[in-house]
Design a binder for this molecule. Sequence first.
Ligand SMILES: NC(=O)c1ccc[n+]([C@@H]2O[C@H](COP(=O)([O-])OP(=O)(O)OC[C@H]3O[C@@H](n4cnc5c(N)ncnc54)[C@H](O)[C@@H]3O)[C@@H](O)[C@H]2O)c1
Length: 715
Amino acid sequence: MIYEGKAITVKEIEGGIAQLNFDLQGESVNKFNRLTIEELRAATDKLEAEKGLKGLVVTSSKDSFIVGADINEFTELFAGPEEDLVANNLKANEVFSAIEDLPFPTVTAINGMALGGGFEMCLATDYRVMDKTAKVGLPEVKLGIFPGFGGTVRLSRLVGVDYAVEWICGGTENRADKALNIGAVDAVLEGEKLVEAAIGIINQCNAGKLDYKARREEKKGKIKLNAMESMMAFEISKAYVAGQAGKNYPAPVEAIKVMQKHAGLTRDKAIEVEAKGFAKMAKTNVAACLVGLFLNDQELKKKAKAWGKEANDVKLAAVLGAGIMGGGVAFQSALKGTPILMKDINQDGIALGLKEAKKLLTKRIDKGKMKPDQMADVLNNITPTLNYGDFKNVDLVVEAVVENAKVKDAVLRETEESVREDTILTSNTSTISINKLAANLKRPENFCGMHFFNPVHMMPLVEVIRGEKTSDRAIATTVAYAKAMGKTPIVVNDCPGFLVNRVLFPYFGGFVNLVRDGADFQHVDKVMEKFGWPMGPAYLLDVVGMDTGKHAGEVMAEGFPDRMKHEGTTAIDVMYDNNRYGQKNDKGFYKYELDRKGKQKKVVDEETYKLLEPVVQGKNDFSDDDIIARMMLPLCLETVRCLEDGIVEDPADADMGLIFGIGFPPFRGGALRYIDDMGVDKFVELADKFADLGPLYHPTEKLREMAKTGEKFFG
Ligand SMILES: NC(=O)c1ccc[n+]([C@@H]2O[C@H](COP(=O)([O-])OP(=O)(O)OC[C@H]3O[C@@H](n4cnc5c(N)ncnc54)[C@H](O)[C@@H]3O)[C@@H](O)[C@H]2O)c1
């Protein structure tokens, strides 16, 4: 044994060839935490000192090679001064460079995933052999940073600028064939042959058949482009990537700038450039928010896993109603492998649900995400029915019939008669209280909400709503089923609108009041899109549908009359009263026309302004900041109330719900994180400035207290 640590061991395997193996004790995956880096330093020192070694194979004995850096350490690390971050990176890089400089040929055998720092480790060796099912990549931009263990330096020299930009700025996980094609790895094989192949390469190097030293020098040298080629490559990619990433995500463009800056430098100087650029990105609020988001997501996954222990198996599900939502639920369940009965009251409904599923499957096939013969398997998982015949075999039911309390009440009661005593019943209602729907059920403990978002196959969130009488088993089974469908479940307590709609409608409230006070709805949309929302509020209402918006708005007003009731006619009422339901009938705030590809395109309709005239009081040219404040204050304050009322368990659940449910700008981390970043005191001050707009803008007592004491939602 040459070295033995808690994350790394090094031993001689044959004929002077050493094997450095990653196997982080007590963890299911290998990651670059502080300990691993320290041990890599120590192990490399031993390798340098060991006499007579002829080569090194780097391996992992976990299912994956190394999944990346330990993101749990980022929050503390990134909070420190920028100089410390630079120093920290340079220190870690000394280890990777020492591996690159070992006096014998080195090969990494890549199994499973080699991502981020894990792939940068692979890049430090002379050669890479890869399991044909493995994936490699540098996904750091997803956290608002870019590779900092020499990745921008080595990859750009190994595969060229264009591919390095594609991989680093796209943050993609890349398959073995692609990696081989562009020269990121040298051979692709069956997993069990990797070490043998690596030894083969080392033997060839030592026999003089492969020139590992020349390869090494290429990786350590300057990028091989003349000034003109370099200018073209970097400038063109900068413009393209800037367009793709948008202003709110600076890391991808910064990564290109860094590569451009170190293109003419050799390794050690180039790494200094990378370290400085990395530290600059790590200090941005975007990185802090995206790292926070990643950690919150881990927490959600842990919670869902914990629920899993109490869950019943869902071998067969059923959905009631084959409409937009029911059809979507059936498709998603079938796609992810849980067979489902799809019941409707009429054949037309069923035909529509199946047609939608087929359309979605054909799209997947067209995009190469699915093989044609798999389509039949998925469709066979959906059993359409007009009666409750097979419902005794069903483990969980999702009710998705029309949003009408009386209809739902009747449907749920008759379903309860047709299923087993242990079957879990759920409702996909968007607004009706779960306690109210449970009132006439015989087994309310087996009932909860399961609120999907439209379109079901695209939207990651499912709100699992706990009624007063809901049992843990019902929640656990529903959470497990949502997970099995590939969704992110968040457990919330019952109230009108639950978490997401309860927070969304005050935001719409902010919007209609802005229009009332003379703002141009298009200006509001533009400002909010620039702020980071995927679509502005007027456009979003067109997508949701004015009928849904109006109906849900009324339920919310009934639930929270003090702040959600509107005096007089609103812009939403005007659209609804003029049959402008939005995208569904091609007219809402905007008009929708088909473009050349047959896609719905949003166009301005002057008619809208005429229709709105009676509700608009004067003309007001609001500043962008005022628009943002008037839109965001009600949304954030309602999120605070949801937390205080115990609708959500903690700030992380609230923020993740908004990001996954309504597309809250991820780089801002969520509503509560947004308040934290502004400073609770500054936020309260801003709210007070708009106090005249009514109770939607009034901070809670507890928030005022937080403003005084300096308490934050996150840490
Ligand atoms: N559309 C959305 O954006 C959205 C989002 C989240 C939740 N929801 C909720 O999902 C539910 C369904 O909404 P949708 O948009 O899919 O409606 P939809 O009108 O498209 O579909 C409703 C379907 O239910 C069927 N139906 C009516 N009575 C039935 C009965 N007794 N048994 C079986 N089927 C019956 C109808 O034939 C129709 O096919 C509603 O509660 C709605 O609030 C909708």
